[in-house]
Design a protein. Structure first.
Lengths: 110, 110
DNA sequence: TTAACATAATACCAGATGGTATCATGTCAA
DNA sequence: TTGACATGATACCATCTGGTATTATGTTAA
């Protein structure tokens, strides 16, 4: 059970949360600042931020009465690694190469 | 709005479904063959396969009474693209470069 | 033709999820 | 000190989700 992978994938499953990450890639933001970009309540945004934090995709620091949310891009690395495992299957150049190999094998079988 | 991305991310959020994709990357399989690798019912596996199909991560062809599930790795491309957008933020070499640039700027500010 | 087989379809359940509303707490500034 | 402000905490709701069990349909092979 890869907890880091599951936490990250779970967090990424919601479009609002993916959108939040995009906003945070521009700059750190308080909850209120994040919420300004959406039409849902701050409480709902706060829940999304909690899920993102659990997935290690953001970190949070408190400054006075503000809670500042910061992108943690390294949390995406497990996801990138998992997805890129399949590169070999969709990469056009590799697919072409595979076809060439198969053709070659077929010729030798004849 | 981006249906392909959402369908794929939604499908990938469940660990069983990610596991199924790994199995299907080895070879095509019927529902029963996929189910052999898990301790849940075939009906539950079938539901997962439906979600994977909706996310365009697999395709299905019927042969007689069998339903053969086939990996569609290209469906992962939108996900790979989305995740790789953040490469610039976690790539160690780039982070090192950013730090160097900041140091340089700080020196000039003094 | 008929029995075994692979899958489809449906109904149902418990718990997770995304949302709201409301009230409490801590912090800043006049 | 006190009011405005940013967030935290809690309770609640409808819907989605992952699972089960059961029954139905189509297919193969004896």
């Amino acid at each position: 059970m890869n907890a880091a992978l599951q936490g990250a994938f779970r967090a990424l499953a919601d479009p609002t949360r993916r959108d939040i990450l995009m906003h945070l890639s521009a700059r750190d933001m308080t909850i209120a600042e994040v919420a300004d970009h959406f039409s849902i309540t701050r409480a709902a945004v706060k829940k999304h931020l909690t899920v993102l934090e659990e997935g290690r995709l953001i970190s949070v620091r408190t400054e006075g009465r503000e809670r500042i949310n910061h992108l943690e891009p390294v949390g995406l690395k497990p996801v990138a690694d998992w997805v890129n495992y399949f590169d070999r299957y969709w990469d056009d150049r590799l697919l072409g190469l595979q076809r060439a190999v198969k053709d070659h094998e077929r010729k030798n079988d004849d």
